[in-house]
Design a protein around this ligand. Structure first.
Ligand SMILES: [Zn+2]
Length: 337
């Protein structure tokens, strides 16, 4: 019987359990990238917090940092091995502004970009792949040793489990070739897409864009849409099948008491609990409890979950919001891969 699977950095699993639907566990500094690009490099602190998350009942994290802007699949794998938390890595692309000005990704044709995304899905994240997938004859002749794996990491390929895309404020301003490529790869592989939105902008245009390209709404996750708490719009997107990702619980600048919490209450009252996934999106180290801020991952259990229960959400709804819904979206048919 086919149950489906989710691709994590340590291999396929059936479920993540309680999971953060959109987060960042490591963001390296990229030479040439703007100084204000997010960086999150204290992996020891992140590991301590993941261990706390695990101890409190946490199971998984979707890491939404794509390649070329600070992702390191070797670090993600080490974090998962060290902490027991399942981690889903992303292929795809982030906003143009987080890359160096000459980033090759943004000059690719749609075909070339699709082959890069598909290459990561089939062959593993670039930074985790064996140095040379098609060994060339070395000047020393046959039998020379292949290049060593990255130090200390065993050289096993890490595969992405989701496609991350980033929309600008309008579809017209978003990179057309990368958009076409990611949609084509999702349609071909069945992979889910997490789309960064600029505070929920352009979602009306995003949905038909994907549907026209053969990506079912049931494969889509629209991120950060609670920054635009228009309940009518949220109900329409939910009814169409999109999963809505909310993550401003710890962010006073988005006034969660007037934004995400009432929005969530209205969406639950309207019966859309299965179309929402909750997340922390902590690209900023100041949000991590173990990095001197907070409430961090423990806040899922000390802030978010109790508030959901206080709002009257039943156990199944809470389980869906805190993991079940994102897992259903990420799950691939067992014969897809
Ligand atoms: Zn993010």
């Amino acid at each position: 019987m086919s149950t489906g699977h989710i691709v994590t950095v340590l291999g396929p699993v059936v479920t993540l359990g309680i999971a953060d639907a959109h987060n960042h566990l490591y963001i390296g500094r990229v030479p040439g990238a703007p100084d204000d690009a997010p960086a999150l490099t204290d992996s020891e602190g992140v590991a301590r917090e993941l261990i706390r998350f695990r101890a409190m009942g946490g199971g998984g994290i979707v890491d939404c940092q794509p390649g070329g802007c600070g992702r390191d699949g070797r670090v993600l794998r080490a974090l998962s091995e060290q902490t027991g938390v399942a981690i889903v890595a992303a292929t795809g692309f982030h906003r143009r502004r987080y890359y160096p000005p000459d980033a090759p990704l943004f000059a690719l044709s749609a075909e070339a970009a699709a082959s890069y995304f598909l290459g990561e899905i089939r062959g593993g994240l670039e930074e985790t792949r064996g140095k040379d997938p098609s060994p060339q004859p070395s000047p020393g002749g046959r039998g020379s040793k292949t290049e060593p794996s990255p130090p200390g990491r065993g050289g096993e390929n890490v595969y992405p489990g989701v496609i991350k895309m980033a929309a600008e404020a309008t579809l017209a301003e978003s990179p057309a070739a990368l958009f076409a490529a990611a949609a084509a790869v999702a349609a071909e592989t069945g992979y889910a897409i997490e789309v960064h939105t600029e505070r929920g902008a352009a979602v009306e245009a995003l949905l038909p864009f994907f549907v026209d390209r053969g990506v079912a709404p049931e494969r889509l996750v629209f991120c950060h849409v609670d920054k635009r708490p228009d309940v009518g719009l949220h109900r329409e997107l939910a009814a169409a099948g999109v999963l809505l990702e909310y993550d401003t619980f710890y962010r006073p600048q988005y006034d969660p008491e007037r934004g995400v919490w009432p929005l969530l209450a209205q969406m639950l009252a309207a019966g859309w609990g299965q179309r929402i996934a909750l997340a922390t999106d902590m690209a900023d180290p100041a949000l991590w409890a173990e990095l001197g801020g907070g409430p961090g991952l423990p806040g899922i259990f000390t802030v978010i979950k109790p508030r959901l229960e206080q709002m009257g959400a039943d156990a199944a709804t809470v389980a869906g919001l805190l993991g079940g819904n994102i897992c259903a979206r990420l799950r691939l048919e067992d014969n897809d891969e």
